[in-house]
Design a protein around this ligand. Structure first.
Ligand code: NAD
Length: 254
């Protein structure tokens, strides 16, 4: 039995991963704003603290992995809420749980997106996130757009992961990320129902090379593999699970 902690286990991809891990006999500590072992609003400093302290209390001997899966869609308002939950809460909880991961030589599985490459790495919002300046990043994004808020947060999370691979590996902790394509979850339902984003998102869904969008299990199956012993040489990997969309959009970049 392994001990996992995750955020965002109440619905969607996180709920399916949690279900699979529990079914395999593992212990899963779930942090979420809606329901879970620890109720916390990760957009706030108090919520992040409650999440970290709550996980510590339930896993004092260490964690085999942490999966910061909670996330908000590009239609969330204010846009800075996306920045707070999708980037700053992720980094705060990973850093806050690092010693528990070191104890068991565990790993972190970040949840990126196939939209991450759509915002350039030198974008000023991405750079503000990576500089750790939450106030500046939030102020900037509130004057920009939902696509940049969301995809930029995922770009920043992925760059943070890659930049910290060597440091964390030296401490025995492997960092990896999964990059899902459009997946049929409550998050996507919110985007599909949005007047500004819905049409474009559905059109993009129609172009997925394998001919369909993903179900939560399509993503969770791969995440469960990435968390398994069979994948324990994975370190710094960004694993696109998107039915071929990224390869279609960026055939020559990898
Ligand atoms: P979802 O809305 O079903 O799940 C998100 C979870 O995060 C929910 O359980 C929600 O309660 C939780 N959450 C939201 N705000 C929170 C807060 N402030 N504090 C604590 N918990 C909070 O969505 P999903 O599609 O399963 O998304 C899971 C992850 O996958 C997200 O990081 C998302 O960005 C990413 N992702 C999703 C898609 C997709 O198409 N669905 C594609 C790429 C990446």
């Amino acid at each position: 039995m392994r001990i996992y902690a995750m955020t965002g286990g109440a619905t969607g991809i996180g709920a399916e991963l949690k279900r699979q891990l529990l079914a395999a006999g593992h212990k899963v500590i779930s942090v979420d704003i809606k329901e879970g072992d620890i109720l916390a609003d990760l957009s706030t400093a108090e919520g992040r603290e409650a999440a970290i302290e709550g996980v510590r209390a339930l896993a004092p001997d260490g964690l085999d992995a942490f999966i910061p899966c909670a996330g908000l869609p590009p239609v969330a308002k204010p846009l800075s809420l996306i920045t707070r939950v999708n980037f700053f809460a992720v980094i705060a909880t990973v850093e806050g749980l690092r010693d528990l991961l070191e104890k068991k030589q565990g790993s972190v599985l970040f949840v990126s997106s196939n939209s991450a490459p759509m915002v350039p790495s030198d974008d000023s919002y991405v750079q503000a996130c990576l500089a750790g300046d939450e106030d500046a990043a939030c102020a900037e994004i509130d004057a920009r757009d939902g696509h940049t808020a969301y995809a930029g947060s995922k770009r920043a999370v992925t760059m943070w992961m890659r930049r910290h691979v060597v440091e964390y590996a030296a401490a025995g902790v492997r960092l990896n990320a999964v990059a899902p394509g459009i997946t049929m979850t409550p998050l996507t339902e919110r985007v599909y129902a949005d007047a500004e984003f819905g049409g474009a998102m559905k059109e993009f869904g129609d172009t997925v090379p394998v001919g369909r969008t993903a179900q939560p299990a399509d993503i969770a199956n791969v995440m469960r593999f990435m968390l398994s012993d069979e994948a324990n040489y994975l370190c710094g990997s960004l694993f696109f699970v998107d039915g071929g969309s990224d390869a279609m959009l960026r055939p020559d970049d990898f």
